[in-house]
Design a protein around this ligand. Sequence first.
Ligand SMILES: [Fe+2]
Ligand SMILES: [Fe+2]
Length: 308
Amino acid sequence: MQPPTVESERYAKCIEISKKVRWDIDKDVIRGREFDFSKKFLPDGISKIDKLEFLTKDEQRFLSQIQGRTYANMFGFVERFIVAKILEVSRKHWLGDQVALESLIRFCDEEMKHQELFRRIEMMVKAGMPPGYTFPWNPNEVAAAVLRKSTWAVLGLIYQIELFTQTHYKESIEPDENLSELYKDLFLFHWKEEVTHALMDELEWPLEDQKLTPAEREQAVTELIELVADVDGILQAQAATDVEYFSRQGGRSFREEEKNKILTGVLEAYRWQYIFSGTTHHRFTALLNNLTTEGQRKRLGDALAGLG
Ligand SMILES: [Fe+2]
Ligand SMILES: [Fe+2]
């Protein structure tokens, strides 16, 4: 088999962008600032809180801050398996294209910094919110489970994550004038470094795809479906945990029917945030079209539709 052609100039572009946008957690992002708890964190376009019209303004803001806290924690958490997988796929370039290797090293270095940033953010947000919030996932345990799946499946999952990161920022966070400034900046700087990650995923996923036999690809699609189901399991549990915290600390007791509406609304928002906004992204569907058969896409589509 011929070794795959590495599109060196596309990796070179990623290095160029990465050098240009590079930022520092304290000097550029935090700059000695605190979060403004009188403002929302996540915009309604992502949190879908505007659909819960029976909540007061204060309650909507509090729920947006809880979702925003989970949103930052989620990134710190998924970046654990992203770094491990990208380090692994970089191996094929070790003794080959050094430009591709450098761009993947920068990718991993940026994700290590992002994890540190999100840990810092969690400490700052924790100090400003009532006790009792939990994000119970161990990033190493979850990463170990994810990495047991085939590389093709994991790269598909990573690609959709890195696409939705950008969509959320450009379509919802950036245009919203009423968010906590620090929260908004956090995702401005994160977005800047995520742009190249999706470009590299776009190069690495097809390279991995070329190695597979049709039977292996069929199995990899099954594993991508399993990964999405695992993500959904995490979202269901986290939505329940977050709504429980909200109900306890929100200052009034909700009727059972209202509580159910809040839970349904938050779970719907989480599924949109972490699954559908990525899997319906036009770049994701375009690349998936190139890599899979119609039957495989139908299997994935049916599994996604089954999530509600
Ligand atoms: Fe990141
Ligand atoms: Fe990334």
